[in-house]
Design a binder for this molecule. Structure first.
Ligand code: ZN
Ligand code: ZN
Length: 333
């Protein structure tokens, strides 16, 4: 199999002076609370309300009324469909890092799956993640756990960081994406929320139709509600914590294959439950590579999916890890 080694496109290069790096080894570094987010404190209500609210709604799963095995199965499948395809494969490896190319219609469909995880619009997610890579575990990093573990996990989402509300600064990191009217359109108004609510309606109506056909109206409502609670709310918070653990856990605990200037780690648990995103030190060392598992045993379901798309003729120009070039051990390559 030929190896493609596409260099980063000009659009992906950010026209900004290199930042001075903290010379303290990352493992010994602590960061102060970012003044741009805490002085003054301005709550980002979209998240400060949304995150606790969806957690409370997911707790309905503890009530037997909202249980169905179909709902549980949909929750597990949803981790792959929305989390792996929408976030790992599309938002992260495709849109942020341009590690491969798929047909535009497929790219847009995958991006809609990402929107259904309530992890913000593609452009917002991409901007934050590119800033994270540019300033990893340094003061301007939006979500370094070297400030505090919970800050890196999800605390950073709940406060307005004035560094990132400047539209010029924000657009600088997403110029390539916002040139596409599809992504520009998703930035307008509350479209992202309507898409999420529409996905809820699909789950409920499908469950209602099936339940009502076999057991009447009450059975339809119960079955539809069980699919929403498990297939949407439980799946949403599970997807959140999986993504957030990549930002928090894999910048604190794990082993390192590469001596990067940040504190990124390969964490076996996160690697497995995130379907490949937890091989995060590999990723920081070789950001554009579409495969994050570099050793044969670093199992990466997202990479396997990209390979399947390639076999189907749906993915091309795939950037493979530099370390595979001279190595005999090239997992799934
Ligand atoms: Zn990344
Ligand atoms: Zn990172």
């Amino acid at each position: 199999m030929a190896t493609t080694t596409t260099e980063p496109s000009a659009e992906y290069d950010i026209d900004e002076q290199p930042q001075p790096h903290d010379e303290t080894p990352a493992a010994e570094r602590t960061l102060p609370w970012p003044a741009t987010a805490t002085n003054p404190v301005r709550v980002r209500w979209r998240y400060a309300i949304g995150i606790p609210l969806v957690h409370v709604l997911a707790c309905l799963a503890f009530f037997p009324y909202f249980f169905s095995w179909t709902g549980v199965v949909l929750a597990v499948l949803g981790l792959y469909v929305f989390g792996t395809l929408g976030i790992n494969l599309c938002y992260h490896r495709l849109l942020t890092h341009q590690g491969f190319v798929v047909p535009k219609k497929l790219e847009h469909a995958l991006a809609v799956l990402g929107v259904c995880t309530l992890q913000d619009t593609p452009a917002c997610w991409v901007a934050m993640h590119r800033i994270h890579h540019r300033h990893s575990d340094e003061q301007p990093d939006p979500h370094s756990p070297l400030v505090a573990f919970l800050w890196g996990h999800c605390g950073w989402l709940m406060f307005v960081n004035r560094d990132f509300v400047n539209i010029n600064y924000y657009q600088k990191y997403t110029r390539d994406l916002l040139r596409d009217p599809f992504y520009l359109n998703l930035e307008r108004g509350w479209k992202w929320l309507f898409i999420y609510l529409a996905s809820m309606a699909v789950f409920f109506l499908a469950g209602f139709g099936i339940g009502a056909a076999s057991g009447g109206l009450a059975a339809g409502v119960q079955f539809g509600a069980s699919l929403v609670v498990w297939g949407v709310f439980v799946r949403t918070i599970a997807t959140w914590h999986i993504t957030w653990s990549v930002n928090s856990v894999t910048h604190v605990w794990g082993y390192r294959n590469y001596e990067t200037s940040d504190n990124s780690r390969n964490n076996i648990l996160v690697g497995l439950w995130s379907n490949g995103e937890g091989w995060h030190n590999n990723h920081h060392a070789d950001q554009r590579a579409a495969a994050h598992g570099h050793k044969w045993w670093e199992f990466d379901v997202t990479w396997i999916t990209i390979r399947v798309l390639e076999k189907l003729g749906l993915a091309r120009d795939i950037v493979r890890p530099k370390s595979w070039k001279d190595s005999a051990a090239t997992p799934s390559a």
